[in-house]
Design a protein around this ligand. Structure first.
Ligand SMILES: *Cc1c(COP(=O)(O)O)cnc(C)c1O
Length: 513
């Protein structure tokens, strides 16, 4: 028995493998209804070479197949479209068409908040998702841009402390961002420390290992930047413990929550996270490349009047390395600024006096896209139908079911292994599957033909992500049926010519005639 018994572990094969079992799990779960909030593309829609939904087919059999919902398990890459998004965006378009510039301020009886206040309208709901105070979050810019903006404020290298610690398989954009921050400060690229797995056979990074690398470099490090959930392996890091460890060593730590937000409940405020950033198009479902979000802890977002020293000689503010603006006598954390980060009441006076909005909003630069924010609002209104803790409970069940089905391969050892941690607390919705070499293309071809959408990472990894808002047990059942059929076909087809990219002896392909 493993240390983390799967809740589906004791169900007999015949029952677990049945469609009826999957259907029953969906019926039992009230949150299954949230699927109807989304447009699930049909198999025909995906095959269609025109952008809209598919027109009806001629034969009945073809029609039945084409009308069946696709098996979309790729919400970690691009979330599906909520039905209400179109309605909200139409309202935005109508407001623009009928009100012009007044759309910025005019309170409408039936519309969305005026564009000028859309950022505030998003705060409350975003804050709930990431465990923050509303003042600690803002929807702005995009993920990589936000990482740069945050690093410009939080990465303050000195002669002694200048290194940036990231993980070895960091998402390329995060890697480039950290690298270019070093270059920007004229620091050699050797100052980029990467945490790599101790064993070449697995991408797993134990918390002890992460802490020990951080400790080892602490005396010369200025910033730690880590993902909440690792995009490739799906590993969910212990944000609270790692943050506490960094702070005990005097280090600032930032978190990239691209794969965590809308997926797992995080408590950024209580965990004392310094800063974080994310995008809103993966588990957040607000559309490709849509405006992102960021978090700056209350400690770091303060804007205070410069006070004369108090009687005991200390200053009344807590912002460590704050700046002092002689004009306005304000003390706040230095940052790269723009007009949208300045106080709303004086923003339009054009007096060239930057008065940062306290909290995360003070990090804004530009007038944000109202179209983008409208789309984010639609997505958040879907999340508002439940709460992230309940969603996580559903997600744990879906992922456990997927895992158990993957582990039970009919007729021998499977030609793949799961590289995502087995422990539920160490993963979100995604399971990454490392296929035996040479199988990926055959398998993808087969499952795509059958309406399955998953993410591939060449040469051998499939990432399968049941998004708890819209994926069902029935989706996972259909996925497994097609995937296992594809595996059985692929092992008879694929000559195993390449060496595995992770040098562990993998389970031998099941090439029975
Ligand atoms: C998706 C993702 C990105 C993408 O960044 P954009 O700036 O939105 O293009 C960056 N980092 C991580 C870890 C991601 O998962």
């Amino acid at each position: 028995m493993s240390k983390h018994p799967n809740p589906y572990g004791n169900i007999p094969d015949a029952e677990l493998w049945s469609e009826a079992f999957a259907r029953k799990q969906d019926e039992k779960d009230a949150l299954s209804q949230l699927r109807s909030e989304f447009i699930i593309p049909t198999k025909g829609d995906l095959r269609n070479r025109r952008y809209g939904p598919l027109k009806k087919s001629t034969t009945e059999a073809a029609e039945a197949d084409e009308d069946e919902e696709s098996i979309y398990l790729c919400g970690n890459s691009l979330g599906l479209q909520p039905r209400r998004t179109r309605e909200y965006v139409n309202r935005y378009l109508e407001t623009w068409a009928s009100k012009g510039v007044f759309g910025h301020f005019k309170e409408l009886e039936d519309g969305l908040p005026p564009w000028l206040h859309l950022d505030d309208a998003l705060k409350e709901q975003t804050a709930k998702l990431v465990g923050a105070l509303p003042s600690e979050v803002v929807v702005m810019e995009t993920l990589t841009a936000n990482l740069h903006l945050l690093m410009s404020s939080f990465y303050k290298p000195t002669a002694d402390r200048y290194k940036i610690i990231i993980e070895g398989k960091a998402f390329p954009s995060d890697h480039y961002a950290a690298q270019s921050q070093l270059a920007h400060h004229n620091i050699p690229l050797s100052a980029l420390v990467t945490i790599t797995p101790p064993s070449p056979s697995s991408p797993y990074l134990s918390t002890e290992h992460i802490l020990s690398v951080i400790s080892q470099h602490a005396a010369t490090t200025a910033l730690v930047l880590l993902p909440g959930i690792q995009f490739y392996s799906g590993q969910y890091f212990d944000i609270e413990l790692i943050t506490r460890h960094c702070h005990s060593l005097g280090l600032v730590v930032g978190w990239d929550l691209a794969h965590a937000v809308g997926n797992v409940p995080v408590k950024l405020h209580d965990w004392n996270v310094d800063f974080a950033a994310w995008c809103n198009y993966k588990y957040m479902n607000a559309g490709p490349g849509v405006i992102g979000g960021l978090f700056v802890h209350d400690h770091h977002g303060k804007v205070e009047d410069a006070q004369p020293p108090t009687e005991d000689g200390t200053h009344a503010n807590h912002t460590g390395d704050a700046t002092h603006d002689n004009d306005t006598k304000l003390i706040y954390r230095p940052r790269l600024s723009g007009w949208w980060g300045s106080d709303k009441n004086s923003r339009f006076r054009m007096e060239n006096k930057f008065v940062p909005i306290p909290g995360a909003s003070g990090f804004q630069l530009s007038n944000p896209s109202a179209l983008d924010m409208t789309s984010v609002l639609a997505s958040l209104d879907v999340f508002a139908k439940t709460d992230i803790e309940s969603l996580r409970q559903r997600s744990l069940r879906l992922t456990a079911y997927l895992e158990e089905r993957l582990l039970r391969y009919e007729g021998g050892p499977p030609p793949y292994k799961i590289i995502t941690p087995m422990k539920p607390s160490e993963r979100g919705a995604q399971l990454s599957v490392l296929l035996n070499p040479g199988l990926l293309d055959h398998i993808l071809e087969y499952i795509e033909e059958h309406g399955v959408v998953v993410d591939e990472r060449k040469p051998d990894v499939l990432r399968i992500a049941p998004a708890p808002l819209y994926n069902s047990f029935w989706d996972l059942h259909r996925f497994i049926v097609h995937f296992h059929e594809a595996c059985k076909k692929a092992v008879t087809l694929a000559p195993i010519t390449r060496k595995h990219h992770i040098d562990e002896p993998v389970v031998t392909a099941n090439v029975v005639a």
